[in-house]
Write a protein that binds this ligand. Structure first.
Ligand SMILES: Cc1cc2nc3c(=O)[nH]c(=O)nc-3n(C[C@H](O)[C@H](O)[C@H](O)COP(=O)(O)O)c2cc1C
Length: 172
């Protein structure tokens, strides 16, 4: 088997946010996908080591902000290569809170989807959270960033904690 063939699977690029009491956090994820149309349900795969995992697991709510092609690597790096345990990712970031107090990122974002967790599946390193969509809307008409665009144009890398990391990349 050639594990690199998995890099041909397509994704987008998102910031998945959640809360824990009055604290908020968010992380980059590419593994976000709609599962059913009616009722609308969306799933995310989150690494158990991430602070965002703890927050979603506890609060049972998350919000996905869909990044646009304009998002620079410095911005993606803040949410994707650093942990909220070490830095405040919301300093110098525009965001608003939903009715459930979950952040929606307003920088470089074309849409958001807020979800209430209705189930989870332990996939090993990652947990797949399945959520009912409780609110969603457009934020701009800018095109969403695909995972392919991130690699080709932004020349971005993938950390070990991502669902799609391939060991041989040696790129962290
Ligand atoms: C391009 C890219 C894609 C990523 N995809 C995922 C993903 O799908 N799931 C995941 O759990 N982490 C993913 N990550 C890694 C997290 O964003 C990263 O571990 C983050 O630092 C976790 O932050 P936290 O500890 O504040 O939650 C990705 C990172 C990048 C840069």
């Amino acid at each position: 088997m050639n594990i690199f063939a998995l890099t041909k699977l397509s994704y987008g690029l998102y910031i998945v946010c959640s809360k824990n009491d009055n604290k908020i956090n968010g992380q980059i994820a590419n593994t976000v996908f709609q599962v059913t149309p009616e009722p609308p349900r969306v799933a995310v795969a989150v690494n158990k080591q991430n602070l965002t995992f703890e927050y979603i697991d506890k609060s049972k709510v998350f919000a996905v902000s869909v990044l646009t092609e304009e998002a620079p690597f410095t911005f993606i790096g803040k949410f994707g290569f650093k942990s909220g345990r070490d830095v405040n990712k919301f300093e110098n970031t525009k965001y608003r809170l939903t009715k459930n107090q979950v952040p929606i990122i307003l920088d470089y974002t074309c849409a958001y989807v807020e979800c209430k967790v209705i189930g989870k599946f332990d996939a090993g390193s990652h947990v797949i959270f399945l959520g009912d969509v409780i609110d969603t809307d457009f934020l701009s008409e800018k095109p969403p960033m695909t995972y392919d665009y991130y690699h080709r144009e932004v020349k971005g890398k993938t950390p070990k904690t991502a669902s799609t990391y391939v060991e041989e990349q040696k790129d962290e």
